[in-house]
Design a protein around this ligand. Structure first.
Ligand code: ZN
Length: 114
C-alpha cells in the first residue's frame, strides 16, 4: 500500500540525509533528528551504495534533493513526476529514492541541457 511504501522511503531518505549531513559536517543538525540511528544501521548496505553515487556529485545539492523528497512525502506528492505528474516507477524510486522526474522527463531535461 502506498502509505507503507512512503514510510519505508521516508526512513531511507532520513538515513540518507543524516549521512549527507555527517559528510558535509553538519552533524549537530543530524543528531538532533534523534531515534534514526537504528534505521541507519539497518539501511547501511543501501546507504553505502547510495553514498557512492552521491559522493560523485554535489553534496549540498543532494541534501536539497533529499529534503525536497521528504517534503513531498509529507505533502503526499511523493512518487509523482514533478514535470508531467505521472507516477514514477517503483523500480526507479528504489534506485533513486529522491527522484523528482519520471524517466521520460528526466531524459528530456538532460537532453535539453546539452
Ligand atoms: Zn514526467
Amino acid at each position: 500500500m502506498k502509505n507503507e511504501r512512503d514510510i519505508k522511503i521516508r526512513k531511507r531518505l532520513e538515513a540518507l540525509r543524516a549521512e549527507i549531513l555527517k559528510v558535509i559536517g553538519w552533524s549537530e543538525t543530524a543528531s538532533s533528528g534523534g531515534g534514526a540511528m537504528d534505521e541507519i544501521d539497518q539501511a547501511n548496505e543501501l546507504i553505502e551504495k547510495e553514498m557512492g553515487y552521491l559522493m560523485s556529485s554535489n553534496m549540498s545539492n543532494n541534501l536539497k534533493e533529499v529534503e525536497e523528497a521528504l517534503e513531498r512525502i509529507k505533502n503526499k506528492e511523493y512518487g509523482k513526476c514533478q514535470h508531467c505528474g505521472t507516477e514514477i516507477s517503483s523500480k526507479r524510486l528504489e534506485v533513486l529514492p529522491f527522484a523528482k522526474f519520471c524517466v521520460t522527463c528526466q531524459e528530456n531535461l538532460e537532453s535539453n541541457n546539452h
